[in-house]
Design a protein around this ligand. Sequence first.
Ligand code: AHR
Length: 491
Amino acid sequence: MRKIVIDAKSEKNVISRNIYGHFSEHLGRCIYQGIFVGDDPEIPNVNGMRTDVVEALKRIRVPVLRWPGGCFADEYHWKDGVGPKETRKRMVNTHWGGVVEDNSFGTHEFLEFCRQVGCEPYINGNLGSGTVQEMSEWVEYMTFDGVSPMAEWRKKNGREEPWKVKYFAVGNENWGCGGNMRPEFYADQFRRYQTYLRNFGGNRLFKIACGPSGDDYDWTEKVMEIAGRYADGIALHYYTVPLGDWAHKGSATGFTTEVYFDTLARALKMEELVARHTAVMDKYDPKARVGLLVDEWGAWYDVEPGTNPGFLYQQNTMRDAMVAALTLHIFNKHSDRVVMANIAQMVNVLQSVILTEGRKMLLTPTYHVFDLLKAHQDAVLLPTEYETQEIGEGEAGIPDLSASASRNEAGEIHLTLVNPDPEKGLEISLVFAGAGERRFSARVLKGNAGDHNTFEDPDRVRIVPFALPEPEGETLTFRIPACSVTEVTAS
Ligand code: AHR
């Protein structure tokens, strides 16, 4: 029996909705086919955007979407992707699969997609191979409301009003694919490029510096020291790779129990990373003005057999649901510093919430986790006490429970619970201290660790109602299933 006490009378900080953000890249079938189908008459779309995908994303209230990369961002020249489609450059996507990039999805299309989904755009500028002028003009093109060459060009291309674009990153992984820079050099470049990213009219940019890879605390230290005062955020990247073996990441669907525990233990490393990078940031920014973004995270496996290795297409199981829920709980817990996170990637690449095949679409177990946890968006984090026991073995030992609670504006309390044990259910005794009289309801996602949805069986893994007993006073006692994520609502 695990006792969980939620202190409903106290409160912590607000959990930014942007923690539940996503990432889209010109990679494999993420943009083309996954999001954008142009004028394909076979697939229902509005202005080229897949209606099924847009509707599914609206249901999980996607708050923010990062684009166009990833490694693609530092090779992307935005001017190639505006203006009449016939004249847009056709080129090779050198990073991802060597396929033709016809630039038919560019700035206007991305911002139209965000409009349809109802999310904020987050644009990643090209520092690695782009100029200061090019980056500066991109912001001018999108957001300037006066008379200027870029604003005129935007109008000529069919968009009279400027867009509002808040989130803008200066380069991606500039320690690697974004130019192999040293932190001192990058930090100076950041200072220079960001100078020319202007706030036009009522638009206020939130400028994001390239942050570290995983546990590279030195990168954070140097960038914060040299450029911290010019940045609003710094972006950490961390991927969960089974056994830490990039050469043999293993199958997304076929794995042993040992690899299952290892994967979750590596996902949980996010806690240490966030805490230690925060400690470095605290040295230079004790008032936490600069936000920590984790703008790429998720599980990374071998591609599905028979698919283009450069497309990074992988299936998604209940193991991924565990990775997602445990990671999002960590972000909730550290939401006094973590202001945004973007799972990689939205559709058809790495830990996607949606997979498509022609006209067909399926929702992955990870999608359902975003659905179960969406009530935490912009809600107040509540102190939640509980004890855990270790399951798994050795370095792959993990706590047998994770819980996160918040209260939304309407006063409802939402608690999400993760039982990562692949075989055993867990008895829970839940105390809502000081919550007063409430009505309780619950939903659950459960299965075997390898369970997943296919185009033939798209609803094998899905959320189902979860029956709760009557409370005894302030206490509810029930058993959560093995390998499950449960949402309890107290209204
Ligand atoms: O998400 C795939 C790639 O992983 C991104 O393009 C890059 O930023 C990271 O290395």
